[in-house]
Design a protein around this ligand. Structure first.
Ligand code: ZN
Length: 97
């Protein structure tokens, strides 16, 4: 089995859209491969990072891959979904801030 890491990322698809009158930030803790999806190199080490948006403070994991490929949260979530589906499980629920 592939080695994995657990990261917390922002899931904008779970947030109410603009114009709904309410800003909610949703984060989700997911499992992804330890290897870069582009080149198979080892991913950087995730570090919790505080973010602020419209008075909401939340944290997500950020990391820098030594290979230089950038992991966007949308593709991280897509990868986590494939991994969860392969195991017959669903993604864990989001946390709303
Ligand atoms: Zn890479």
């Amino acid at each position: 089995m592939t080695d994995t890491i657990t990261v917390t990322v922002r899931d904008r698809t779970a947030e109410p859209g603009w114009g709904s009158g309410l800003l909610r930030v949703c984060t989700r803790k997911v499992e992804i491969s330890i290897s870069c999806a582009h080149c198979g190199g080892r991913r950087g080490i995730p570090k919790p990072t505080y973010q602020h948006e419209d008075g909401i403070t939340y944290w997500v994991d950020t990391w820098t891959n030594p290979c230089g490929h950038v992991d966007h949260y949308a593709s991280v979530l897509a990868e986590a979904l494939v991994l969860a589906a392969a195991r017959g499980t669903a993604l864990p629920p989001t946390t709303t801030h």
